[in-house]
Design a protein around this ligand. Structure first.
Ligand code: MLT
Length: 270
């Protein structure tokens, strides 16, 4: 399915129904298929929407700096078009940065937050420089360098050893992203603000999910410090998972989301 919003054609998939909406926001350099294990399975508890962010998947990739605020504006426009008043926003890594920007700008439209393998802080000068270097590489060589740099760090050791299907799925997802989109996202993440002061303002139920072996956004310190700073947060650590915990351990991820939803929300079928 696609909508025209904020000057771009934006692609999304949708399953389920009811007044409870679960919006899935992927990380970098990925697309909505990251949530393939969840989209159909979770449709019994909510209306489920998973989008391709600007620059990724089948959504247009304009030449621009994709700020977290621009992504948040896209989410709000998608809500308007699909007549979603409020949703649980579930974002992984860059998707988590976007979920926090969405909370800052559109808090009234957030029913709950699920922040997966992400961080609140802005980039260090070294991390920012790394992004600018990557932009130069992608300009010269396409998506390959971005995919190759991420792959060994994305998945935990046991996934890499015993789940070649997951390794191949993640690698192929990264390789098919457009260089323009990758560049726009890197430049946008490089200039994202520090969301740490935002954490104490969160008043909705919040679930934090971290792969125990995530080395990109490690549970210590990222997960634990976010759990301490967000007033109503619960932290779930998933064993045998790295940065893509929902893809590496879909059953454990599903249990965490189902428990969070059952504890905090009901889905009135309207
Ligand atoms: C992601 O998975 O979205 C990225 O690791 C985020 C980042 O580059 O900071």
């Amino acid at each position: 399915m696609e909508v025209f919003i904020n000057g771009i054609r934006l692609h999304y998939v949708q399953t389920g129904q009811g007044s409870l909406t679960l919006l899935f926001v992927h990380g970098y350099p990925l697309d909505h298929t990251l949530w393939q294990p969840q989209v159909d399975k979770m449709s019994d508890i909510a209306r489920v929407v998973a989008l391709d962010l600007r620059g990724f998947g089948q959504t247009d990739a304009p030449e621009a700096v994709y700020t977290m605020e621009a992504h948040a504006d896209d989410l709000a426009a998608l809500f308007d078009t699909l007549q979603i008043e409020r949703a649980i926003v579930c974002g992984l890594s860059m998707g988590g940065y976007i979920a926090l920007a969405f909370w800052r700008k559109y808090a009234a439209r957030v029913r709950g937050l699920i922040l997966v393998d992400t961080r609140a802080g802005a980039d260090s000068p070294t991390a920012r420089q790394g992004r600018l270097d990557m932009v130069e590489q992608v300009k010269q060589h396409g998506a390959g360098p971005a995919a190759d740099a991420m792959l060994p760090r994305l998945l935990c050791e046991s996934t890499r050893r015993s789940r070649p299907d997951v390794v191949e799925f993640a690698h192929a997802m990264m390789l098919r992203q457009s260089p323009t989109g990758i560049i726009g996202a890197q430049l946008g993440m490089a200039e994202r603000p520090d969301s740490t002061p935002t954490l104490s303002t969160i008043t909705v139920p919040t679930l934090l999910v971290f792969g125990a072996e995530d080395i990109i956004t490690p549970v210590e310190p990222e997960g634990k410090s976010m759990a301490a700073a967000i007033p109503h947060a619960r932290l779930v650590i998933i064993p045998n998972a790295g940065h893509l915990s929902n893809l590496e351990q879909p059953e454990a991820f599903e249990v965490a989301v189902r428990e969070f939803a059952a504890t905090n929300f009901t889905n009135g079928h309207e």
